[in-house]
Design a protein around this ligand. Structure first.
Ligand SMILES: Nc1nc2c(c(=O)[nH]1)N[C@H]1C(S)=C(S)[C@@H](COP(=O)(O)OP(=O)(O)OC[C@H]3O[C@@H](n4cnc5c(=O)[nH]c(N)nc54)[C@H](O)[C@@H]3O)O[C@H]1N2
Ligand SMILES: Nc1nc2c(c(=O)[nH]1)N[C@H]1C(S)=C(S)[C@@H](COP(=O)(O)OP(=O)(O)OC[C@H]3O[C@@H](n4cnc5c(=O)[nH]c(N)nc54)[C@H](O)[C@@H]3O)O[C@H]1N2
Ligand code: SF4
Ligand SMILES: [Mo]
Length: 656
């Protein structure tokens, strides 16, 4: 008997697709996009259309494991859940007694975007314990800080409205790879005559299909935005009714000729872009997170985000900007996470994990509990992260679906369920729907949901607070009960029936909002680790942006994914200067480390830029490190995020 169930893609992707799962005798046999969901529109991206290969992969973790060999060697033996939980609790209790509970550090990110498996019982557990808190900065915090500086809230143009736009700028937004469900709306807009402009140092799929592609130097977008403002003010194209004197003075310092030198974009193109943007109404910007993984990235997002306010686009359907829609989901986070359960505790920034594990000493981190993340692969300054994970005196627990780069360094590995196997409620950062998903299939072996793992740990720790007994459904009711008008009328019962329920949002979510136009902190100097910053002598700028068929490191075990991420794109000029031919193995290096990749020579990047589609599993790489060994753990101007896309390297032929 075939059966079709509803689910929601839990991957860290703006689209948060609504999925239909075909079940045949208890086994999922097919995933497809829900045709009735306004954003999913009946199709899934390639990687999730093939998700069942991952779901039923023979390497799925099914039982708790204890490490039997040295850290990093991947030698483990099966143990029971009782043994695993006892061992964890015994260690945590001993460490908390000896060093204080802040010696325990949770490490998690958005391996699942579900509220329950992503941040509910786990948060309650760590809060009650008094563990160190984690500043979850690895992805979007610089951009979030920049947008918040401008508007104090994080909302954006709904994706559906891009269809009504006449001028669309994909700014550091690799739409066909990382946000493919926006594409049909852009296709519709273009059918109605809209122009598509891409601003990206790499020739992405969307850039190759655009009407116009501008290729700035990585990390120079703040200068570009100020250059555009210069033209807007100079030519009287601005129409913001409030005080813009400060911004006007700042922009005056960035005439197109100067901006051309800072960004590599010719002055006449800056003039044209500004004029077209201001006069082709309505214009919408899709600003994704590529821009803000950079030393000036937070301020760049702030400056770019001011453009729609300057031109009055927030007030027009099909105008405005979308960085994220996540600020709309104002759930009752206190009830879900219960920060009141324990004492205040210090906060450690996840983007400098290497330092947290090797330098922090008040107290030192003695236990690391990792879930929904794979820091051994995805965190910058990988050599230092590795040194930290290798510490014999660090007690490490990893909850995951697979034996990841991080799990290799764990003392205990626990098998977790996938989104097809547990209940969760999902927000989105590219649209405004809340979605409920129930389990579609049974988990393999003894895999358990994060919620149940942390519930069991809490019980063994002796935490008797009633909230540790809350069921998943009770937690959903608690988080929906925030009193926010956006959530009014959205109940568990309604979600059960409708699966996806749109928040109560106005058509123009950003119209009429106050804007901070003060430009005191919007000055631009090139990132230190860039072609103009020249902090050290390595000449090429490495952009390790998202691989098409991956989701960060999530599909890294598949051979086909590994092959895609074992590549370095470089421009023919840069290849010729180094005697490198297409297909050859090259070494990419700087003073932090080296990796070996296969050269893909072509005009797919701007000269001086190289690109490594990411994130590869380090354990699959020849030297056991991926590109994150090349990347510094410097933090962004605001928001404390990583500077993944400011990285200087040199490339040589292997053996040269
Ligand atoms: N297929 C796929 N989809 C994904 C992911 C994935 O790994 N693979 N990851 C998911 C996650 S976690 C996130 S956060 C989102 C991110 O989604 P995006 O932000 O769209 O992805 P990125 O690849 O980080 O960056 C987007 C583009 O910015 C460009 N870029 C890099 N530096 C600069 C710069 O300084 N200026 C400008 N203008 N452009 C620059 C890159 O070349 C890239 O094409 O995607 C999500 N979706
Ligand atoms: N060089 C470079 N580095 C990068 C980036 C880049 O573009 N270039 N991107 C950065 C960005 S934007 C991000 S967001 C981070 C992402 O880094 P991570 O947050 O580490 O994301 P993933 O690599 O996708 O790993 C998520 C892990 O969570 C696991 N998981 C999924 N669901 C569950 C669950 O329900 N329970 C448990 N226990 N585990 C689960 C998956 O199996 C997977 O191993 O990487 C960052 N690192
Ligand atoms: S990864 Fe993104 S595009 Fe692909 S199915 Fe999931 S939500 Fe949709
Ligand atoms: Mo991300």
């Amino acid at each position: 008997m075939k059966d079709v169930r509803h689910s929601t893609c839990a991957l860290d992707c703006p689209d948060a697709c609504s999925i239909l799962v075909t079940i045949d005798q208890g086994r999922a046999t097919h995933l497809r996009g829900n045709p009735n969901h306004s954003v999913t529109q009946g199709f899934l991206c390639g990687k999730v259309a093939r998700y069942l290969d991952r779901q039923y992969h023979p390497d799925r973790l099914q039982y708790p494991l204890r490490r039997t060999g040295p850290k990093g060697q991947g030698q483990f033996t099966r143990i029971s859940w009782d043994e695993a939980l006892d061992e964890i609790v015994t260690n945590l209790k001993a460490l908390a007694a000896q060093y204080g509970p802040e010696s325990i550090l949770p490490y998690s990110y958005a391996g699942t975007m579900g509220y329950l498996q992503g941040g509910s019982m786990d948060r309650r557990f760590f809060h009650r314990l008094g563990a160190s808190r984690l500043d979850r900065t690895i992805c979007a915090s610089a951009g979030a800080a920049g947008f918040m500086e401008a508007y104090g809230i994080r909302l954006g143009t709904p994706p559906q409205q891009f269809a009504e736009s006449k001028y669309i700028i994909a700014w550091g937004a690799n739409i066909l790879t990382t946000n493919v469900h926006l594409w049909p709306f852009i296709v519709e807009a273009r059918r109605r005559g809209a122009k598509l402009v891409v601003i990206d140092p790499v020739v992405t799929k969307v850039a190759s299909l655009a009407d116009w592609h501008l290729m700035p130097y990585p990390g120079s977008d703040l200068a570009l935005a100020l250059g555009l403002m210069h033209v807007l003010f100079r030519d009287g194209l601005d129409r913001y009714p409030g005080d813009t004197a400060s911004l006007r003075r700042r922009a005056a310092e960035f005439p197109p000729e100067r901006v051309a030198e800072l960004t590599g974009i010719p002055a006449d193109q800056i003039e044209t872009l500004a004029r077209e943007y201001a006069t082709t109404r309505p214009a919408a910007i899709r600003l994704n997170y590529g821009v803000q993984r950079s030393e000036r990235g937070g301020k760049a997002v702030r400056a770019i985000s001011l453009l729609p306010a300057l031109c009055g686009y927030w007030d027009e359907r099909g105008g405005g900007l979308q960085l994220t829609t996540s600020g709309a989901f104002d759930i009752n986070r206190e009830a879900l996470e219960r920060p009141d359960l324990g004492p205040p505790a210090r906060t450690l920034n996840m983007s400098v994990l290497g330092k947290a594990l090797t330098e922090v000493n008040d107290p030192p981190v003695k236990a690391l509990i990792v879930y929904n993340s794979n820091p051994g692969a995805i965190a910058p300054n990988q050599a230092l992260v590795r040194q930290g994970l290798s510490r014999e005196d660090l007690f490490t627990v990893v909850l995951d679906h697979f034996q990841t780069d991080t799990a290799d360094y764990a003392d205990i590995v626990l098998p977790a369920t996938t989104f097809l196997e547990h209940t969760d409620l999902y927000m989105a950062y590219g649209h405004y729907d809340l979605q409920l998903a129930r389990p579609a299939v049974e988990p393999p072996g003894e895999a358990r949901p994060n919620v149940e793992i942390f519930r069991a740990l809490a019980q063994r720790m002796g935490f008797t607070d009633p909230c540790f007994a809350d069921s998943s459904d009770e937690m959903i009711r608690q988080l929906l009960n925030s009193g926010s008008p956006r959530l009014q009328g959205i109940t568990l019962e309604r979600l059960e029936q409708e699966h996806a329920v749109p928040l109560n949002m106005p058509d123009l979510p950003m119209a009429g909002r106050p804007v901070d136009m003060d430009a005191a902190t919007l000055d631009y100097t090139p990132p230190r680790e860039s072609r103009l910053g020249r902090e050290h002598p390595f000449p090429l700028e490495l952009v390790s942006s998202k691989n098409h068929d991956s989701l960060n490191s999530t599909f890294g075990l598949h051979a086909a994914t590994d092959a895609q991420t074992a590549v370095l794109q470089l421009h023919p000029e840069d290849a010729a200067a180094r005697g490198i031919s297409d297909g050859e193995e090259v070494e990419v290096f700087n003073h932090r480390g080296k990796v070996r990749l296969k050269a893909k020579v072509g005009a797919t990047v701007r000269p001086g830029v190289v690109r490594a589609p990411s994130v590869r599993w380090a354990r699959q790489a020849p030297d056991g490190f991926n590109v994150n060994v090349l990347i510094s753990d410097r933090l962004t101007d605001i928001g404390g995020g990583p500077c993944f896309y400011n990285c200087l390297v040199e490339v040589r032929r292997c053996g040269a």
